[in-house]
Design a protein around this ligand. Structure first.
Ligand code: SF4
Length: 376
């Protein structure tokens, strides 16, 4: 059988030239909350059924039209739930690709994720596949994900992505229950030929409330370890909801002229909720991040670009002088600023200090962040 020709590559904009007051570096669209896994940490509180008010195919296409107004090569991540529960997924990927968007996908490790599906998505124009692995073995991963066989499905899909020439990203959730798996995961990420390892530091929302986050000191140790891994690994390393990784990396390289300016695959450092990052929920609500559920409007009304550029919340989040407490006094606030989502989850104030960070700025005598876990 003759393979259909892959769509042409949409040019990636130069990350250092992206003005994050005008466009997000990453736009996430949660295409559905439906998922057949039952992950312990699920932000979306996913269940097997699609929501009746989920954006329809036509509404989804209008959203992608709006996304293309940000400029050529806008990165769009289709997330969930499990995007593969939408029968129109390939159509949406093809449509977005035709609009000049760089379409990427974060499917769940289920029986739907076959090598054939991966290949079809590649033919539709997928620029990257991001798969979740939270344990270096089937038993560790499957118990965290709540379904036997998820590890094998995920590894099989990762190999299929490599065979199909689709760049692979591995996402890992780090919390007290998974942290000991990190060395095995590092080896697995290398073995699978991934281009990027994205390590998500738990934010207590959705089902993630039942898991234990790391203490600040333990998180600091993990970030130092990740920074060392990134020096030698054949893949890039980034953190999600832990921008203090930038501070840790810079502190470790202080005497080096090679301070990192991107995350190893050209993604600029310094993006955070509402500042280079935006999230559209399955019902079309626009949030600064999937972990910061304060809506600034619904994209059904056509307000994606204006909501990102002009809404009071997004503008306030981009101004690091609005930060309070320890983060507000910190000399690293412009390259870090802390996780706004975690601050919001703990205090209801998106400008409060991030309780996961162990760093105390010199001379700071104010209160420590609310929700700060005690040290090990
Ligand atoms: S105190 Fe806040 S801004 Fe400073 S490094 Fe920690 S999280 Fe980042």
């Amino acid at each position: 059988m003759t393979r259909p020709q892959r769509p042409p590559k949409s040019a990636a904009p130069d990350p250092s030239n992206i003005d994050t007051t005008q466009r997000p570096f990453v736009l996430i669209w949660e295409v559905t909350q439906a998922c057949h896994l039952a992950c312990n940490h699920c932000r979306a509180d996913a269940n097997p059924l699609r929501h009746p008010e989920e954006l329809t195919t036509e509404e989804g296409k209008r959203l992608l039209d709006q996304a293309s107004e940000f400029g050529p090569g806008q990165l769009v991540v289709l997330s969930g739930g499990d995007p593969l529960t939408r029968p129109d997924l390939t159509e949406l990927v093809e449509y977005g690709t035709k609009q000049g968007l760089r379409m990427t996908l974060t499917p769940s490790g289920t029986t739907s994720l076959t090598p054939e599906t991966v290949s079809q998505l590649g033919d539709a124009g997928i620029k990257r596949l991001a798969l979740s692995l939270d344990g270096g073995s089937a038993s560790a991963h499957d118990s965290f994900r709540g379904v036997d066989g998820s590890f094998e499905q995920t590894v099989q899909a990762a190999r299929a992505a490599r065979d199909a020439g689709i760049p692979l990203q591995i996402n890992t959730t780090v919390c007290a229950q998974t942290v000991d798996e990190l060395p095995a995961l590092r080896d697995l990420v290398a073995d699978l030929g991934a281009v990027l390892w994205s390590v998500f530091f738990l934010v207590p929302v959705g089902r993630g409330r039942v898991l234990d986050p790391l203490t600040p000191d333990h998180a600091e140790e993990v970030m130092e370890w990740l920074s060392a891994v990134s020096d030698d690994a054949p893949f890039g390393v980034k953190t999600t909801e832990a921008p203090h990784y930038r501070r840790v990396s810079i502190q470790q390289r202080r005497d080096s002229i090679d301070a990192p300016s991107n995350d190893g695959i050209g993604r600029r450092l310094g993006i955070s909720a509402g500042d280079g990052f935006a999230f559209v929920s399955h019902t079309g609500e626009l949030f600064p991040s999937g972990f910061l559920p304060k809506s600034v409007g619904n994209v059904r009304d056509g307000g994606l670009v204006e909501g990102y550029r002009e809404s009071e919340l997004f503008r306030a989040l981009r101004d690091r002088d609005n930060l309070r407490g320890k983060c507000g006094s910190c000399e690293f606030r412009h390259i870090c600023g802390g996780s706004r989502s975690r601050a919001y989850a703990h205090t209801g104030d998106p400008h409060a200090s991030d309780p996961l960070c162990a760093y105390v700025p010199e001379g700071y005598t104010g209160p420590m962040p609310t929700g700060r876990a005690s040290s090990d």
